[in-house]
Design a protein around this ligand. Sequence first.
Ligand code: ATP
Ligand code: MG
Length: 592
Amino acid sequence: MSPKRLFVFDRYRLDEQERQLLLGSQVVPLPPKVFDLLAVLVQNAGRLLPKQDLLDRVWSGVAVEEGSLTRGISSLRQVLGSTADGQDHIQTVSKRGYRFIPQVRETTDDELDGTRLGIPPPPSVFATASVDFVGREADLVQIRDVWQRAKDGRHQLVLVAGEPGIGKTRLSLEFARSGAAEGTTVLMGYSDEENLVPYQPFVECLSWYFRHCPEVELRGQLAVIGGGGELAPFVPELRNRIPDLPSPLPMDPEGQRYRLFEAVAGMLAVASRTQPMLLLFDDLHWADRPTLLLLRHVMRSAHMASFAIVATYRESELDRAHPLAEMLITLRRERGITRVALRGLKITHVKALVNSIVGPNAPSQLPQVVLDSTDGNPFFATEMLQHLKETGAISSLSGMTGRKIDVGDIGLSEGIKEVIGQRLSRLTEACNRVLSIASIVGREFGATLLEAVADLHDDQLLDALEEATRAQLIRESLEVNGRFEFMHALIRETLYSELSSPRRVRLHRRIADAIERLSQSKPNPPLAELAYHFSQAASADVVDKAIDYAIRAGDRAADALAHEEAARRTRTVEPRSTRARCSPASPGFAAD
Ligand SMILES: Nc1ncnc2c1ncn2[C@@H]1O[C@H](COP(=O)(O)OP(=O)(O)OP(=O)(O)O)[C@@H](O)[C@H]1O
Ligand SMILES: [Mg+2]
């Protein structure tokens, strides 16, 4: 095998092939585009690179604004810090471009001693937020304590609970980012309302791990757990890495499932012995029953294991019969489980939010007014402040002195959805149309699918997507070109709830047809998505299709040993005209 090309500068090494930046033996986590930007700068060190050149090379073929470049440069400056002699790594040449300053030496890995590279954190851990992180010191201390116990070999579960928008995901991500910077293996998995993938958070975490773990190490770990054949139907990724994986022993389905659960627990234990492991499970209130059963099994396992699972959930979604509520009751008295309940931000932190969004000249009464009307919910507070900024209401406030400002003075008396609704109403009609369709597709959506459904020209669609990106309602996916995601689930929920039932039904139908068309030649059509959209389409002429796709999706779930899911899918095949839903559900579309 030919040696790898490495670029060495300051205290860093840039590994072009593995797409990693290393500081000593630690991987410095960077989102893919930010890595690309650094690679271009480093390879042209000392040369002035015009902005347009950088835009063309890093975002080739994609229409992006200069803001993406500026944000990329500022992330790099933050990550790299200053050089050994106290200078910036990147020089801005006013109105012209950027220059990478440090001396760069090109070398190969043969010349450097081969230190073990860690598993890179998934890009979603680095989703950028427009507002600096504030407060939550006590919660972070609590999570760090738990993490210490996990690192000592006693695996832990941290349940971060709270109302929608209170900051559960952000807190977990902030913690994960600090862990990644110290060399912790960070993995991330989600649950989506419609549960299209059985065991989704485990599958996502392990897929990433299997994809990035060096083969020799992975084979060694699988050998320790007895081969790992049980994991193949569960995480298909594994067979791509290890084609000669043994087949699982024939057994009845319950026995097979027990072996699968044991294999997952064993895998986490073995893998976390090399490097402590942090798994984020976002939105556990939407997890399916198989996921919760596996979670319980893993937590009760007797293996010595250095991992912690940090799981977020919306408290408001849990009634007593909710599967997660039931599980929490059974786990209540077990060791290794900690609950962190998030409440609203305090006034000092709301002040910091105001400062970050409005700037230092914000009216002095504004933080208190925002706190009173949002109870310190950061999502609500941020939306309010954006809304006030966009409408110019803040400047009129500056003139009001001598009396207490009332929430009515600045239109703050509404709820979250109304405020988001007002922000949407300032966008063009095409942009609103595209966003409404996207809200039916999922939290994530692809431009190709929108184009097929929205009846807009390519340019008009891109304009609409750029408009929504500028308004910070959506952002481009860090992982896949041409895919976008809503900045927050609550934005999508608002858009969805604003559509009338007949409109939703019609859009589900058009989306289902488009997915079917686009995935015609694909070996693995997104069966669960097709079943979901056709069943929501609620019309007699597609009942057969809804049933057919649901049965096939159920078969796939059964192959993955998610029996409750397989049964649920086959039960829910009839169109839902009589129970039109008021909240969005599908997690996105894989056919692009
Ligand atoms: N401590 C904080 N400092 C600054 N911004 C924050 C903080 N906490 C949350 N935010 C911002 O508020 C918004 C909502 O936070 P987040 O998405 O974490 O909420 P959540 O509790 O996970 O909501 P949901 O239940 O809908 O998933 C995000 O834009 C996030 O960046
Ligand atoms: Mg969240």
